[in-house]
Structures are given as C-alpha cells and as structure tokens.
Design a protein. Structure first.
Length: 507
C-alpha cells in the first residue's frame, strides 16, 4: 500500500437516454451502470455499495437492490436517497469521505428517470383500455414484480419536506411557481420589468443550448437564439412570469447516469488508475429551509458557504477552476449560484458542461450525476480542475464538489460549513399563517392560464408584514387577476387578511 491509496477517485462513468422504446427507470439505470462497469474486468465484483438517487418514476421499494441483482453485483449495502437534485453530489462527497477514511473501497452511484416512458405508457393504456400497472413489458421494475421478498432499501439524506404550512397554504408546491419568485427579486433589483427580464434571460440561457447541442446524451441537442428562448408563442407558452416553457427544466425525459467512485488503490488493482479523476473536496449546506422564512429570496448564503468551504479546503479560488457546472433547473438557480460563487453570468468558461436542465434534460433528482460524469470526461481529456453544484427542493439544500485531473495537493478534504449553517438557520424570518394588516411584497409571480382561457391563473406573493413577519399569500376573492398580467408586484403595498392569508392591492 502506498501513501495515496486512500485518495477517492472517479474511475468509470456511464450515461444513456431512450427516445423510442418504452422502458422503466431500472432499465435505464442498468444500461448506464453496465456501461460504467464494462470499463474494467473485475469491476462488478469490486462494488461494495450501490447508491441509487431518488426517482419519481415508479421503481418499487428496493430499486438499488433490484438493480444490483440485475447487474450481477453482490454489494455489502444498498441505499436510496431522499428527493433532491443535490443528492448525486452529496453521495459523491459522502463516498469520498468514507473512502478516504478507509471505510469503503468501491461504490456505484446511479440514478435516472423514465418520465417520457411513463407518459407514453399511460397514453397507451388509455387507448387500449388496459389497467394501470406494469403494462409495458419492459417496465418490470415499475410494478415491483422483480422485488420479490427484498427488504426496502435504506433511505439516506434529509427527509424534511420542501414546503411548510405557509407555502402549502398559498399553493406554492410546484417548483415552477416558486423559482419565479426568486426571479422576481432579481428582476426588481436590476430595474427590469418581467418582459425585460425575460428578454435578458434569453441571452443568459442561449449559451446553455449551444453546449447541449454538442452533448451526445442531451434531450434537446439544438442551439437556440436568445429570441427563440424568450419570445412568447404557441410553441413557447408563458408558464409563470417571467418564464416561458423553454426556460424551464424538461422533466419528460428518459435518461440515466452512473458513476463509480473508488480508492486510488482499488483503481490501480483494477487497471483503471490511468483514467482516474480525483475528488478534491466537497461541501454541503442548506439555506433557510422554507422559502417564506428566508430573509432574502434573491440570494443563497448556503451555496456561498458550501462553495467557499469546498474551494478553501484545497486552497483554490473560483478563478482557479477550469470547468463549471451550475445547477440550472430555472434561470434563477443559475443566477443564485453564480452570484454566490463570485461568477459573472457571462463568465468565459461557461456555466454548464451539459447544457443544463431545460436543454440537456432534467431527470428528476439525478441531473447532477450527468454533470459529474460529463465533468470527469472533460477533465480526463483536457486536464485541470472542475466544480459541480447540485441543489434540492426550492434552492434549499446544496452540495458542491471540486474535481481534478491530478491528485489534490493535500488529499481529499470535506469542507466545514457548520458555523455558516448555524448563522443561516438563525437568520430565518418569523412567518405568519394567519395575519391581518399591511405588508410589502418581497417576491411575486404571475401564473399563466391554460391556452384558450384567461391569461392569468394565479398571482402568489411572499410579503413582509409591517411587524416584520412574512406571509405567503394569494389574491383575495374578487381581485381582478387579469389586471395583473405581466406585472411584477415586488415593492408594492398590499392588505393581507385571513388564514391562509389572501391579499388585496393597497392602492
């Protein structure tokens, strides 16, 4: 054994997508994992832990165990994460720490979604009159018949729900209704109307499409102009101000990815040391958990804390990083991440290595595993260092990883965010779920109606009452929703009443 045998490294990756056949998420995960495991004889036998990222596609209670059995693996443990796009990077950080400590040697991290197939299968059942369940043939994992007597996979990660009573009372559950709230703050600070912000966002996101156009596993491998992304039309309908469809993560994809993390010693034994990409550092943090409790919905102290901790642990600054992938479910996530890390939105290095969730694809909680796999490929080819971020819920829980083509100068490091986390938690603003009085809107969106119907379907806001508490509220019955079309209410005064709170414009 040599002194660096315990360095954690990525030794193999796999990515896949399906556009034609109806498949299950386990079919896809098995494809991606098999691609990774085929990169060295003996790699299958070396896997000690199979970690599967949470999937919203039906995969039964023991998907990691079923997948291990499909692949002919005999791991000592299997596990499934909680929901959250931070999960892939969190799993890599966790595996790297265990490898460095001598508690683990080789782990398979895998995940995916089959939402395209689920949609097609439902449509097929509707046309043919079949009952719901495992009607697709290929989707054996969806009806659980492969699970047999397997015990449920242990669940790892933070299990807290993403929305609290205030959010639930205002119907703020779908991400497409929450992330625009963050965008409204950014637009107001820039002095832009929703329409002006949307046009500007076209210039922010167009470079992402150019990256996706070159990625072999991208769902939309097509470069688009800023105008094509920002202009509202029949094929790019407004969803929630200021976002049209082409600025939102595409969930109806069939994609999967797998990454094998091992010790450098194991990589040498397996003959994979020459293609190893080194895990330099990682850090994790969470913003104030529920959005309505956040003192500022236009920034992310947790991304800042995790980024500074991960970079500082290995003596790097953001300018030392060669390749970057920021989580990008919506443009506000990109802006929050860039600002927190000290990146310009037009940084010459680019802010994605895949093309991002609206263009590469948004396979549920697993997008960042594609980013990590792609980053590993890039660093093998070009050398240098890379940084990936992942976030879960409503820009709530965050994970950051730093990678390098060469060994880290001082070994693997886990960034310490404990003090920063205490400060973030302590900054939470009191929230009222029943209130009466005047308030100032701090974040807002206008939810678009269905095509052919009223232009406005809703107008949720987060507002600060004059006594300092915050509320999530929706328009009171009788308020003219259609008069709010295209209007950013941030900074406006409102009258709040009731439980759950509703509001009327004060002026």
């Amino acid at each position: 054994m040599t002194a660096d045998d315990r360095l954690p490294v990525i030794v193999a990756t796999g990515q896949c997508l399906e556009r034609d056949e109806i498949v299950s998420v386990l079919d896809l995960a098995a494809r991606a994992a098999a691609e990774a495991l085929a990169q060295a004889p003996g790699l299958r036998q070396a896997i000690q832990r199979v970690s599967m990222v949470h999937t919203i596609s039906r995969a039964g209670v023991a998907p990691a165990s079923v997948l291990a059995r499909r692949l002919g693996l005999s791991p000592a443990s299997t596990e499934l994460t909680t929901v959250g796009g931070n999960s892939p990077q969190w799993l890599v950080n966790r595996a790297a720490a265990a490898i460095a400590a001598g508690e683990l040697d080789v782990a398979l991290i895998v995940g995916g979604e089959a939402q395209r197939s689920r949609k097609l299968a439902r449509e097929l059942r509707t046309r043919t009159g079949q009952a719901s369940g495992g009607a697709t043939g290929a989707g054996r994992g969806e009806d659980g018949e492969e699970h047999g007597a397997l015990a449920p996979d242990p669940v790892v990660g933070d299990e807290r729900p993403g929305a609290g009573p205030a959010e639930l009372g205002a119907g703020l559950v779908a991400p497409i209704h929450v992330y625009p709230l963050f965008e409204s703050v950014l637009a107001a600070r820039a002095g832009r109307s929703f329409a002006e912000q949307r046009a500007w966002l076209g210039t922010v996101m167009a470079p992402f499409t150019e990256v996706a156009a070159k990625h072999p596993v991208a769902w939309f491998p097509e470069a688009r102009t800023p105008a094509e992304l920002s202009q509202i039309g029949p094929d790019n309908r407004l969803v929630a101000e200021p976002y049209p469809k082409r600025m939102c993560a595409i969930m109806a994809v069939d994609q999967a990815a797998a990454v094998v993390v091992s010790s450098l010693g194991a990589a040498r034994r397996l003959g994979l040391a020459d293609q190893a990409v080194f895990c330099w550092s990682g850090a994790d943090a969470a913003d104030v958990w529920f959005p309505t409790e956040r003192p500022d919905l236009g920034e992310s102290p947790a991304i800042r804390a995790a980024g500074q901790a991960a970079l500082g642990a290995v003596g790097l600054g953001i300018d030392d990083i060669g390749a970057i992938d920021l989580y990008s479910c919506f443009p506000s996530a990109v802006q929050l991440g860039a600002a927190a890390l000290g990146l310009g939105i037009d940084d010459r290095r680019g802010l994605t290595v895949t093309g991002g969730l609206p263009y590469f694809g948004g396979p549920g909680s697993n997008y960042t595993l594609h980013a990590i796999a792609t980053m590993a490929d890039i660093l093998r080819e070009r050398g240098g260092t890379g940084l990936c971020t992942g976030l879960g819920w409503y820009a709530t829980k965050h994970s950051v990883g730093v990678y390098g083509a060469t060994p880290p100068p001082s070994g693997w490091q886990r960034g310490d965010t404990a003090a920063a986390q205490r400060a973030i938690d302590a900054s939470a603003v009191p929230v009222a779920t029943e209130a009466e009085g005047t308030a100032t809107v701090v974040a807002a969106t206008i939810v678009a109606g269905e095509p052919g119907g009223p232009a406005v379907a809703g107008a949720p806001v987060v507002a600060r009452l004059d006594d300092g508490r915050q509320v999530a509220a929706v328009p009171a019955p009788g308020e003219d929703l259609q008069a709010l079309a295209g209007r950013n209410l941030v900074g406006e005064r409102i009258m709040v009443a009731g439980s759950p709170p509703t509001y009327r414009l004060a002026g």
